[in-house]
Write a protein that binds this ligand. Structure first.
Ligand code: HEM
Length: 397
């Protein structure tokens, strides 16, 4: 049986607009309490979850110390990404804090600022390449995917020639229609790739993020944990940012006046990127589990219950977005939850912002007549992923 993300209410998008929450999801947000919904997961099968959809509730659950992100209820389960040591999203408490501290130490403001010139060079090179291969290109292939891929390769010290392989593997990982066997095989291949990289870096750390962790904490961290770090960064670093570049462009193409404003006014870059992050909420939903009986904003939750947090519904809640939650690049930035919140809040958010600020306005300025090369209705959205995206985006200028 094929399960699609659109079956999951907390990530469901509107029929009339693939960026906005479905009316069923908005209706769920208006119900009192935390309604129970069915949830399917390729590794964990079918289970019930409490839907958390209002901004205040999603924020409070993210912040609650008795709510776990970890999916590893069964200690004997076979190794997957979710129970891979070092894969921060699968850890909680002191173990998560210990690992996160080591990795965060390598994501310094100095390193990120130092990457800005090379990110701008990558952007300029991709724009030249795109111009040369036009006048019709697939924006995903030509621009949205290569930029974060090149950045993450540089960050990790991974050869760029390996990108096709890891792009393919992370796409499988996020494809909820793949069977369990396919997922296990895919995961094993990713693990082998990372194990080879970690062995090389142990011998010669270099100046990438993993190399810095080895130099500073080499005795405190195992190879398996380093493999988990590398895999997490590879996936988290390019799937999300590439979808933000492609969907951000598409959302602006659908709103030509706002596109022109962002193109012509550099002052709008920061608020526009924050607004696109909020509006698109490309990480549509996230899972959590209660470790004890607890009370969140007056809602009783029983130990062991699953919670399905709708980032999408929360970011479109009138409580933060006002009566009109549509795209408005002039909106004063609001404290959206597109990067999550609490101890697992996105470690790469400042890097993502640098990439988006470099990539989006530069594209609009280089191609002021940028437009879709196919009718909007023909654009295929990735239906089978918790991360919203398009499979391709044909554009011309
Ligand atoms: C626009 C782009 C991005 C978005 C929307 C995004 C979104 C998110 C979200 C929502 C989480 C929290 C997950 C949870 O609470 O379960 C997260 C975690 C994470 N992200 Fe990002 N991310 C982006 C880019 C990046 C980049 C560029 C990197 C690194 C190069 C990165 C690295 C991470 C890591 C390591 C975590 C796990 C943190 C932890 O569990 O402690 N992300 N991201």
């Amino acid at each position: 049986m094929r399960h699609s993300v659109s079956e999951l209410l907390t990530g469901r998008r509107a029929q009339h607009c693939p960026f906005e929450p479905a009316t069923e999801l908005t209706a769920l947000r208006e119900q009192t309490g935390l309604p129970t919904i069915p949830r399917y997961h390729p590794f964990f099968g079918q289970f019930d979850a409490r839907a958390v959809t209002r901004y205040d509730d999603v924020h409070a659950v993210f912040a609650h110390e008795r709510v776990a992100a970890d999916m590893n209820a069964d200690p004997d389960a076979p190794r997957t990404l979710f129970n891979q040591p070092g894969f921060l999203l699968g850890y909680d408490g002191p173990e998560h804090a210990r690992l996160r501290r080591m990795l965060a130490g390598a994501f310094t403001v100095r390193r990120l600022q130092g990457m800005r010139p090379s990110i701008e060079r990558i952007v300029a090179d991709r724009l030249d390449a795109m111009h040369a291969s036009g006048p019709v290109v697939d924006l995903v292939e030509a621009y949205a995917l290569p930029i974060p891929s090149l950045v993450i390769c540089e960050l990790l010290g991974v050869p760029y020639t390996d990108r096709a392989d890891f792009q393919h593997r992370s796409a499988i990982l996020l494809d909820a229609t793949r069977t369990e066997q396919e997922q296990f095989a895919n995961y094993a291949a990713m693990h082998t790739y990372m194990a080879e990289l970690v062995a090389r870096l142990r011998a010669e750390p270099g100046d990438g993020v993993l190399g810095e962790v080895i130099t500073k904490h080499g005795d405190e961290i195992t190879d398996e944990e380093l493999i988990g770090f590398g895999t997490l960064l590879l996936i988290a670093g390019h799937e999300t940012t590439s979808n933000m570049i492609a969907l951000g462009t598409l959302a602006l193409l659908r709103n030509p006046e706002q596109l022109a404003a962002v193109r012509d006014d550099p002052e709008l870059t920061t608020p526009a990127i924050e607004e696109l992050l909020r509006y698109l909420s490309i990480v549509s939903y996230l899972d959590r589990r209660a470790t004890t009986d607890l009370d969140v904003n007056g809602h009783r939750i029983t130990a062991g219950e699953w919670l399905s947090l709708s980032v999408l519904a929360a970011n479109h809640d009138p409580a933060i977005a006002g009566a009109n939650a549509g795209l408005d690049v002039h909106r004063k930035p609001v404290p959206h939850l597109a990067f999550g919140f609490g101890v697992h809040q996105c470690l790469g958010r400042q890097l993502a912002r640098i990439e988006l600020k470099a990539a989006l306005p530069a594209l609009l300025r280089r191609f002021p007549a940028l437009r879709l090369a196919v009718p909007f209705e023909q654009i295929e959205f990735r239906a089978f992923s918790p991360i919203q995206g398009v499979t391709s985006l044909p554009v011309t200028w």
